[in-house]
Write a protein that binds this ligand. Structure first.
Ligand SMILES: CC(C)(COP(=O)(O)OP(=O)(O)OC[C@H]1O[C@@H](n2cnc3c(N)ncnc32)[C@H](O)[C@@H]1OP(=O)(O)O)[C@@H](O)C(=O)NCCC(=O)NCCS
Length: 212
């Protein structure tokens, strides 16, 4: 799959990634405890959550961890087994997941996926701040990538800081592959924009954040 190749091309060392087109009945991949921990009754949301967990279950199995339920915390964050950190995301059509063993020295991960289409101007006005740097990115997708980066940063920072960040609380430098939160958390970014926008935000790890 082309997206998987693109994701593997940007994934920082130690972070395993996967993706899946969301299909009818993917909610069946929710393990019973997972199904109980997800409050949404909306069929599309449950299908997307099932698809993302299907991907994550496969990544955990690669690490020798089988039949692990990834429950949702009361704040919505996924709860990983001891020794693992990770993140889930889905747009209307695609589910993605990223996991890393703590031995990879990754402190936290946030992932986001978006269609590679221009972000509407009214949403960009809510997301962008004067501190954001996006000029290295193709202009038609810079807003979409900025939006996705802030969502990914939020997901990486929340499990560490338990702070509900707003868009204006995150300064993103796409040129440098870094973001800084209002709470002082420095987060590195790896991203691709084709065939979809995917951002992996991570704390810790070795080597520079990747670009594609
Ligand atoms: C986390 C959030 C940004 C995700 O946005 P979304 O577009 O609804 O959904 P996505 O598909 O991108 O991600 C969903 C996944 O995020 C993860 N997630 C949800 N809340 C999370 C949190 N607090 N910390 C880490 N991950 C979280 C879950 O794994 C969820 O998957 P699930 O529903 O299958 O369990 C959003 O739900 C949220 O909590 N927003 C409040 C804060 C905010 O919007 N700030 C402005 C952005 S910085």
């Amino acid at each position: 799959m082309i997206l998987l190749e693109a994701m593997n091309g940007i994934a920082p060392s130690g972070i395993r990634v996967g993706c899946r087109s969301i299909r009818e009945e993917d909610e069946a991949f929710l393990l019973p405890r997972e199904a109980r921990s997800i409050p949404s009754r909306h069929p599309a949301r449950r299908r997307a959550s099932g698809a993302a967990r299907r991907v994550a279950h496969g990544l955990l199995a690669e690490l020798g961890l089988h039949d692990i339920a990834i429950l949702r915390s009361s704040a919505g964050a996924p709860l990983w087994p001891d020794g693992i950190t990770g993140s889930l995301a889905h747009d209307e059509d695609m589910a993605v997941a990223a996991v890393a063993p703590l031995s990879a020295r990754i402190g936290s991960i946030g992932i986001d996926v978006e269609p590679a289409i221009k972000l509407p101007d009214d949403i960009l006005a809510l997301v962008a701040t004067p501190d954001d740097v996006t000029d290295a990115v193709e202009p038609s997708l810079a807003g979409r990538l900025l939006f996705s980066a802030k969502e990914a940063v939020y997901k990486a920072a929340y499990p560490l800081d338990h702070y509900m960040l707003d868009y204006e609380d995150i300064a993103v430098d796409l040129n440098a592959g870094r973001a800084m939160t209002k709470t002082g958390r420095s987060v590195r970014l790896a991203y691709c924009i084709s065939p979809r926008v995917v951002v992996i935000a991570f704390v810790g790890g070795s080597g520079p954040g990747g670009f594609a």
